[in-house]
Ligand binder design. Structure first.
Ligand SMILES: [Zn+2]
Length: 78
């Protein structure tokens, strides 16, 4: 497969988070880490899902303080 060098940052695709199954959505929205509150699992709102060449991640706002929280989605190789 053709792979571009050094320009992956500008190659970000936005996905519709709400296309995910409901139980997955719930897990992602609950399992968060907030840098501002320094606490896990406070939850996020306004989630947006992005994909680049290397990874997929979800950006949202901390339910408690409104700071940006990011959850990376890791797919394990089978
Ligand atoms: Zn917070």
């Amino acid at each position: 497969m053709f792979k571009e060098q050094g320009d992956s940052e500008s190659n970000i695709i936005e996905h519709d988070f709400f296309r995910r199954p409901e139980d997955e959505q719930k897990d992602f929205l609950l399992q968060t880490w907030c840098n501002q509150c320094m606490e896990v699992d406070l939850g996020m709102k306004n989630p947006k899902e992005f994909e680049s060449a290397e990874k997929i991640w979800i950006e949202g706002e901390c339910v408690k303080c409104g700071a940006q929280v990011v959850t990376e989605i890791v797919y394990e190789d089978e």
